[in-house]
Design a protein around this ligand. Structure first.
Ligand code: PAF
Length: 271
């Protein structure tokens, strides 16, 4: 595994290859990332993983500061997985140039997480656009836990005629049901239990409302989430996962999207 901290040396190396399968991360690697990497390795192209905690996608300084970082452990894990390249850029390496393509931010960026984390998706799109320009990946592997992120990156790629293909990968879950996330490492045992109870409660709700969306009583469900131990709920909404339109009539292709806090830890998921 070759490690790069500078885009020019990285570009020199990857230009020689037949193409790159890219797994962007903010570190704090977990089973979800490992699954993305394993899928990337199946493409037969060289796999490049990046670790960059992108300050521009955090709307609160305190959240950026407390975001789990464990680069030493991450590097060990990546070596074991036998990836080809690891890119750990500095802020200047990413933001010290003007990208050729402008970010396209679909209006859906204002919904769900975008409503509660001002500037978050601008930050995500900005860094992904820059990574694409530096790496020119054939494939980019992303997890469906961040479904809104995938949707917005795909829109940007389509509108800006970018040739990279997004590979959507299923959400990997802990044994207790909750979606793998770097943020889980900020939860203690009791908080993990709360997150697990919330996951099972909402999974049951989803089953119940499948044939009758009118059973979806947001206020009542939110109250129950607080009773289960959530400190605050940002949103709980049902959307068609293809069109990203709010559901009016019963349909099979909907997901329950939610974001909530346990103390200071913000968790998102869709089921
Ligand atoms: O999903 C993430 O970890 C980040 O949003 C990403 C795609 C690496 C951009 O910083």
């Amino acid at each position: 595994m070759k490690i790069f901290k500078d885009k020019h040396t990285l570009q020199k190396e990857i230009l020689k290859t037949k193409g790159i399968s890219f797994v962007p991360t903010m570190g704090g690697l977990h089973e979800g990332h490992i699954s993305l990497i394993k899928q990337s390795k199946k493409t037969k192209l060289k796999t490049l993983v990046s670790i960059f905690v992108n300050p521009k996608q955090f709307n609160k300084k305190s959240d950026f500061k407390s975001y789990p970082r464990n680069t030493k452990k991450d590097i060990k894990q990546l070596k074991k997985l036998k990836i080809n390249y690891l890119y750990i850029p500095t802020f200047k390496d990413i933001y010290g140039f003007k990208p050729k393509k402008k970010v396209f931010l679909d209006k859906f960026s204002k919904k769900l997480c975008g409503k509660f984390r001002k500037g978050h998706f601008e930050g995500v799109l900005s860094v992904v656009n820059r990574f694409i320009e530096i790496i020119k990946p054939r494939y980019i592997f992303l997890g469906k836990k961040d479904y809104q992120q995938i949707y917005l990156i795909k829109k940007h790629i389509k509108i800006r005629n970018i040739r990279s293909k997004i590979i959507e990968c299923k959400t990997i879950r802990e044994k207790n049901g909750i979606a793998c996330s770097s943020r889980n490492s900020n939860l203690n045992k009791n908080q993990m239990k709360i997150a697990s109870n919330i996951f099972y409660y909402l999974s049951n709700i989803k089953k119940k409302i499948k044939n009758n969306h009118s059973l979806f009583n947001v206020n009542k469900i939110k109250k129950n989430l607080i009773n289960l131990g959530a400190s605050k709920i940002d949103y709980l909404e049902i959307y068609n996962v293809k069109s990203f339109k709010k559901i009016k009539r019963p349909s099979k292709k909907f997901n329950l999207f939610f974001a909530y806090y346990i103390k200071n830890t913000r968790l998102i998921d869709n089921i």
